[in-house]
Design a protein around this ligand. Structure first.
Ligand code: ADP
Ligand code: ASP
Ligand code: MG
Length: 411
């Protein structure tokens, strides 16, 4: 009798009907004779509504209190799902993070998991109960409530799979797998049967929210296979696993976009050692992640313009820091732009192919899309563009790299 870990996202739990439907699925699996652990997110839209409540009170909510607030969404869904399972005549027990010792560091709103004590879950499983675990939440050494960042239930599920010694983590969502591009904006996107941890890591980091980045990092580190499937439709899904010879060796295997970034630019800062450190050290101290960075030196070599991107949720805090430091440095102007987006192509095959970036730039320019920033790694190329072109850009890149379903017209 094996342990099965299933995670259901908010979109799969968006109404009481859906919760009852999920309860039936879980019970079907239980009746096959497996021990079942279910990790759940908040009901669809709940986390956003809770964040909006906080924002109505203050522009920059205290991160500790924010975690106390947003973690409640999962408390509602574990209780409702456990009740729905019991209604079907099967014993179930809900667990919150503090009850399973899901310890994290104290980086509120983006905490990292340090440890999980699975004794209570195992006790429930041994007693024949289905364990229904709240995703997304954790607790610090000092008993403060934390959350794992948006989409964090995926990470809760992968971590539990690892510590419980289950073979695979099943992620149930509203799409039937990982696609070559977001199927909600790219109608000819194609489902991938398998994808490597590295490619999935890039796709998640670059905006494919189907899996949280940390969940893929965790899966890669502890070698946990992750199967992404639809809650509502039968199918084989997409297996996220180690790179192997049976994987498609496409040069580009996916296109992603991320509207969740903002750009900050400092104009005319002195070009001397220590300027970048003056800006980026206080940002790091505030736990603000900086993504792309571009610096341009003026022709006379005296001044530099510095642009970088941060996630939207860090934008206000980052801007406040940059304004303070920029004034000290004598910057001639400080600009913010929240109407940008990042578009990226990802593929392990890029390692051995030249000219991929040029093909991407050419395709964007043909549509009149201006590239504001560029960054590359071994297996990805990203461009910052005006947000309004994001859907067009995704479709164009999807076509130019022949990612569409077979038989579809290729531009
Ligand atoms: P859940 O509520 O189950 O956690 P999410 O909304 O977090 O679901 O993630 C699923 C969504 O991810 C899909 O509805 C889809 O629009 C989006 N998505 C973005 N990029 C991709 C991709 N490449 N493949 C599949 N889904 C994607
Ligand atoms: N409810 C949280 C969110 O909306 C966590 C999750 O869905 O995984 O981000
Ligand atoms: Mg999600």
């Amino acid at each position: 009798m094996g342990i099965v870990v299933q995670k259901y996202g908010g979109t799969s739990l968006g109404s009481l009907e859906k919760i009852k439907y999920v309860a039936n699925r879980v019970v079907d699996r239980y009746r096959l004779g497996d021990k079942v652990v279910v990790v759940v997110s908040a009901m669809a839209g709940q986390t956003d509504s809770l964040i909006d409540l906080a924002k109505d009170i203050t522009k920059s909510p205290d991160p500790r209190e924010m975690d106390v607030l947003v973690s409640t969404g999962e408390q509602v869904s574990v209780a409702l799902l456990a009740m729905a399972i019991k209604e079907l005549g099967v014993p179930a027990r809900s667990f919150l993070a503090h009850q399973i010792g899901l310890k994290t560091d104290s980086s509120h709103t983006k905490a990292r998991i340090l440890d999980i004590d699975v004794r209570l879950i195992n006790k429930a499983l041994d007693a024949g109960e289905i364990a229904v675990v709240a995703g997304f939440q954790g607790v610090t050494e000092d008993k403060d409530i934390t959350t794992l960042g948006r989409g964090g239930s995926d990470t809760s599920a992968v971590a539990l799979t690892s510590v419980l010694g289950a073979d695979i983590c099943e992620i149930y969502t509203d799409v039937d797998g990982v696609y070559t591009a977001d199927p909600s904006i790219c109608s000819n996107a194609r489902r991938l049967d398998k994808i490597s941890y590295d490619e999935m890591l890039e796709m998640a980091s670059l905006g494919a929210k189907v899996l949280q980045i940390r969940s893929v990092e965790f899966a890669k580190k502890y070698n946990v296979p992750v199967l992404v499937k639809s809650t509502f439709k039968e199918g084989t899904g997409t297996l996220v696993t180690k790179e192997d010879v049976t994987m498609e060796s496409a040069v580009v295997s996916g296109v992603t976009y991320d509207k969740n970034e903002a750009k900050i630019t400092l104009l005319g800062v002195p070009d001397r050692p220590g300027v970048a450190a003056t800006i980026f050290t206080p940002l790091a101290e505030e736990n603000i992640n900086v993504d792309m960075i571009i610096q341009n030196i003026s022709a006379d070599g005296k001044y530099a313009d510095l642009s970088f991107t941060v996630t939207m949720s860090d934008y206000e805090r980052a801007m406040a820091i940059v304004k303070k430091k920029g004034e000290l440095l004598g910057a001639s102007d400080i600009l913010g732009d929240i109407k940008i987006a990042k578009i990226s192509i990802i593929g392990a095959g890029m390692r051995s192919h030249a000219g991929i970036a040029a093909k991407m730039f050419g395709a964007l320019s043909k549509e009149g899309i201006n590239i504001q920033m560029i960054s590359t790694s071994e297996i990805k190329v990203s461009c910052v563009i005006d947000e309004k072109y994001i859907e067009l850009g995704t479709r164009v890149l999807h076509d130019v790299f022949n990612l569409g379903k077979q038989g579809d017209a290729i531009v």
